[in-house]
Design a protein around this ligand. Structure first.
Ligand SMILES: Nc1ncnc2c1ncn2[C@@H]1O[C@H](COP(=O)(O)OP(=O)(O)OP(=O)(O)O)[C@@H](O)[C@H]1O
Ligand SMILES: [Mg+2]
Length: 278
């Protein structure tokens, strides 16, 4: 059963048509990874799922609720969907404890006693025991990301959305985060959508991987399907090749520009010669 369904989503900014009919289904309980080059619209896509950004057209159905149509949808999303942001986005003036417990401290639906049990348990899950009293400034980048993950998990979500969880981390710390994501999805029984351009992370975490290219999902499959794919775009991306269809257009553009520059240069020289001969 699909817990997230995007149907024919279009989204433009001015003349820039970023999402051009994206359709994507995320099954309940799976870790679905979305890969794509920088600027393809991955973050824009993720924002559609939590209603942070509205599509120009198309439908978003989350947890069975029709976002933008059903008034109950946003309520459900606020309660059941948590997002781990690209830069962890912790509150610098709050301790790790207060950051992790933030949601519950705000809406007062859990007692202090319950939180005193919950927070250490979640911090244990992300391998950060006994850090409750620390402030974000006292943490490394990798630790901050783990606190960000702990804060999202503490909300007891059904869906976790991750935007670039390993960007900016060294390969070892990235691997730790990858394992935590897998562990979190098992332990808390959540569905995850992970945005990344880190193929290693995609293979470790993803049950299925989708690729966003030129405003569309051009491929969805298991890590094995991705590795066996003969699609030239998928191939170029996952193998990090400089040459291929993804860079062909750019090459053609560069050639066109240098040809026009050459023409201007020749014209310039021509007119100089014209002047001399006159
Ligand atoms: N609020 C906005 N207003 C105008 N343009 C936007 C806005 N948000 C995104 N864009 C544009 O949409 C395009 C896709 O942006 P997006 O952030 O989704 O890319 P991305 O695939 O997440 O890239 P990265 O891998 O670098 O994070 C970019 O060209 C960006 O400039
Ligand atoms: Mg992004």
């Amino acid at each position: 059963m699909a817990i997230i369904e995007l149907i024919d989503i279009h989204k433009s900014f001015g003349s820039k048509h970023v999402l051009r009919g994206v359709s994507l289904q995320v099954e309940k309980g799976e870790n679905h990874v979305v890969v794509g080059r920088s600027g393809e619209g991955k973050s824009v896509l993720l924002k559609q799922v939590i209603g942070l950004m509205k599509p120009d057209s198309g439908d978003v159905i989350v947890g069975g609720y029709h976002l933008n149509k059903d008034p109950k949808a946003l309520q459900w999303v606020r309660r059941k969907v948590a997002m781990v942001f690209q830069m962890a986005a912790l509150f610098d003036s709050l301790t790790v404890y207060e950051n992790v417990a933030f949601y519950w401290l705000e809406n007062k639906q859990k007692t202090r006693g319950e939180l005193d049990r919950l927070v250490p348990e979640i911090l244990e899950l992300v391998d950060l025991p006994n850090t409750e009293h620390l402030y974000p400034a006292e943490l490394s980048g990798g630790m901050r990301k783990r606190v960000g993950l702990a804060r999202a998990l503490a909300c007891d979500p059904e869906i976790l959305l991750y935007d670039e969880p390993t960007t900016g981390l060294d390969p070892v710390t990235s691997e730790v985060i990858n394992e935590l994501m897998v562990r979190a999805s098992h332990a808390r029984n959540v569905t995850s959508v992970v945005i990344t351009h880190d193929m290693r992370s995609a293979y470790t975490v993803g049950h299925r991987i989708s690729m966003l290219y030129e405003g569309n999902i051009i491929f969805t499959g298991t890590p094995k399907d991705v590795q066996n794919s003969r699609d030239p775009v998928v191939n170029q991306f996952v193998n990090g090749l400089a040459e291929g269809p993804m860079t062909q257009i750019e090459d053609e553009e560069v050639q066109r520009t240098s040809k026009s520059l050459e023409k201007i240069r020749l014209k310039g020289r021509l007119s100089e010669e014209d002047v001399e001969s006159a």
